[in-house]
Design a protein around this ligand. Structure first.
Ligand SMILES: [Zn+2]
Length: 376
């Protein structure tokens, strides 16, 4: 059914190992670019590759396309090469295979998934497989800090596509794909009071830390678990010394919402925080930075296509909704059919036990190839 040969488990794992052993923390553009160089050289052996220079201290991005002489809308498959792990992590957490688990920094989120997409597109081109739609592969460099520079590129490429596939990690023991994600907002709340000597003139002071306690509870009160809305407050800071009435305090807020309306409403509430204590003032900065990715009928239709391909390959493909955002949020917010979680199975994203299941490399590669070959 799948016409392109993805390679063997051994060949996929050994090439993925070279990706994992090139450390790519988002904040080290030169390190990310070394892996971009490798991906560009390996793809460049079969097709022309576009390289888009990074900016604001982030690494470059790569685009490879199958031929599309009529400029038809096709499939965008997008993954990130950066990880949350600093240089030197490999020394403590080396690439290693134990049973069916392959460990290594960033292997699950999402070097394996980006590699599956890269390999699928490369092999379609190299083996000359005819696909029904043209394909664009996009590899980015700064997803783990919010995709500030890649967002316009992802949105522009998505606008030229009919479907968007995101090979972020598959979820859980069943390898669920992701059909919805929450939107994410980040806020910085700064509180000003009036400093005074805690012994000498306590009564002249207005404590910013006490006002912070009121505001912290107000923001915490915006959480509505039944609606899937959460406001997490961390870190918190305030004051300088125990014998000084604090003039300054503040905290950060991570907001998660399932719908655009919830995002707008809670954003307005956070930005509209009013001081409770006379003599204090509040300044709020921040906004939604990833819009919600809601499950729509076109997303369900795309999921059903993937599920049918998986069934043909002999496995079940459940779906799940996630609290964490991804680059799938941007095209989903534009109303596009997006399917996420198409990467490798495993566990431990951003954690010491991060690993993939080696036995998932070939089936997930075939699922990706099946989608790329048959979507129309
Ligand atoms: Zn990721």
């Amino acid at each position: 059914m799948v016409r392109t040969d993805p390679g063997t488990t051994e060949s996929l794992l050994s090439e993925l190992r070279t990706w994992v052993e090139m450390e790519t923390p988002t904040t080290d553009a030169a390190a990310v670019n070394r892996l971009m160089d490798k991906a560009q050289a390996d793809l460049g052996a079969v097709t022309p590759v576009e390289r888009i220079r990074g900016s604001q201290g982030y690494g470059d991005m790569l685009i490879a396309r199958t031929p599309n002489p009529d400029g038809r809308k096709g499939i965008l498959v997008a993954g990130h090469l950066d990880t949350v792990w600093p240089i030197g992590t490999l020394a403590k957490m080396p690439f290693k295979v134990e049973g069916d688990r392959a460990h290594g920094p960033g292997i699950y989120d999402m070097k394996a998934g980006s590699f599956i997409a890269f390999n699928a597109v490369r092999e379609i081109i190299r083996q000359g497989t005819e696909t029904r739609l043209p394909i664009t592969l996009l590899l980015t460099s700064e997803e783990e800090v919010g995709s500030l520079i890649s967002r316009p590129l992802i949105e522009a490429e998505a606008a030229k596509a009919k479907y968007v596939l995101i090979p972020e990690p598959a979820i859980g023991a069943e390898g669920a794909v992701v059909t919805a994600r929450k939107g994410v907002g980040r806020f910085d709340v700064a509180i000003r009071g009036v400093s005074a000597h805690a012994g000498g003139n306590f009564q002249d002071g207005v404590s910013a830390t006490v006002e912070l306690a009121h505001q912290l509870l107000a923001v915490q009160g915006m959480t509505d678990l039944a609606k899937g809305i959460t406001t997490n407050i961390a870190p918190v800071w305030g004051g300088t010394r125990p014998n000084v009435v604090a003039a300054e305090a503040g905290f950060e807020v991570d907001l998660r919402v399932p719908t655009v309306e919830d995002g707008e409403r809670v954003t307005a509430a956070i930005r509209g925080l009013k001081p409770v204590t006379k003599g204090t003032s509040i300044t709020v900065r921040g906004q939604m930075n990833r819009p919600p990715f809601a499950e729509t009928p076109p997303i369900m239709a795309l999921y059903e296509r993937a599920r049918a391909i998986a069934a043909g390959l002999g496995f079940d493909l459940p779906k799940i909704h996630r609290g964490g955002g991804s680059d799938g949020n941007f095209p989903a917010a534009l109303g596009m059919p997006v399917l996420d979680g198409l990467g490798a199975m495993g566990a431990g994203a951003h954690a010491d036990h991060e690993h993939i299941l080696v036995s998932s490399l070939v089936p997930r590669s075939k699922l990706m190839l099946g989608m790329l070959e048959t979507l129309d």
